[in-house]
Design a protein around this ligand. Structure first.
Ligand code: GLP
Length: 250
């Protein structure tokens, strides 16, 4: 796992966009694994800028997202499909038919999870998987649990996650209680993983990535088994890291 520490969100967005751009240029018909949340928003803005100003071409790219709230359709402003359209896809020359997000409005979420897993297996591995991290260490919506769940599945969100995501809804009551998420198997399948973490709230989660143990109570620690993970964080999120890690990461 490689840590990169940067001074501000602009630098983070720029570095992350460089890594995504590399994947797009090297594999113009490849798969990108994408994430929602505030962490990748700057990266998406920078990718849109590069598309507009520098002709970065997404016309043959396919994307696959991590997760979606159960019960929200694509028109709901807090659905992850809406987020992706609004923050990225609507501004690129990407064919929306080649952008995949689980269907939150599926009548049978379990069946939707199975279909999504089949889709992941059918596609070639993502060249790069962009990831955020929850304050409790969740990746996608793989919540702290007794075991890791490998395939795409329906998950009941933890109180921590509902509280933390309530900022996007009118009240915590409005946050869906369940989500469909790619499991850790789908995430680890990517050739490279780029995890973006900013702000004080992510300190513990980032520290756990540096420490040795892999525990399902902190799902992001499974990333330690992957050979190519880049953790891109700001100084606030990196504050608890060992001095040696920080020196190497600067
Ligand atoms: C949500 C998403 C995660 C995301 C996390 C962190 O719970 N399911 O994929 O990483 O939020 O969000 P943020 O980047 O806004 O801190």
């Amino acid at each position: 796992m490689k840590f990169i520490i940067q001074d501000n969100k602009e630098q983070i967005a720029y570095t992350a966009a460089d890594l995504v751009e590399d994947a797009v240029r090297q594999h113009p018909t490849g798969i990108l694994g994408l994430a929602t949340g505030s962490s990748p928003v700057g990266t998406y803005k920078e990718l849109i800028r590069r598309h507009r100003k520098e002709g970065l071409d997404f016309s043959r790219i396919t994307t696959i997202n991590l997760d979606e709230y159960v019960g929200l359709d694509e028109f709901h402003e807090q659905s992850y499909r809406h987020f992706m359209n609004h923050n990225l896809f609507d501004h690129l020359n990407i064919n929306k038919k080649n952008t995949y997000v689980p269907r939150g409005d599926a009548l049978n979420p379990e069946e939707e999870a199975r279909h999504y897993e089949e889709l992941i297996r059918r596609l070639e591995p993502a060249r790069i998987q962009v990831l955020g991290i929850g304050v409790n260490g969740h990746i996608g919506f793989n919540e702290p649990a007794e075991d890791f769940t490998v395939p795409t599945h329906v998950v009941t969100l933890t109180r921590d996650t509902i509280e933390s995501n309530a900022r996007f809804f009118d009240s915590p009551m409005d946050v869906p209680k369940q989500a469909i998420t790619m499991g850790v198997g789908g995430i680890l399948r990517a050739q490279r993983i780029l995890l973006i973490a900013t702000g004080e709230g992510k300190q513990q989660a980032v520290k756990a990535l540096e420490d040795g143990r892999i525990l399902p109570s902190n799902p992001s620690t499974i990333l330690k088994v992957h050979p190519d993970v880049i953790v891109l964080c700001d100084r606030a999120a990196a504050a608890l890291l060992d001095e040696r890690t920080v020196r190497q990461a600067e």
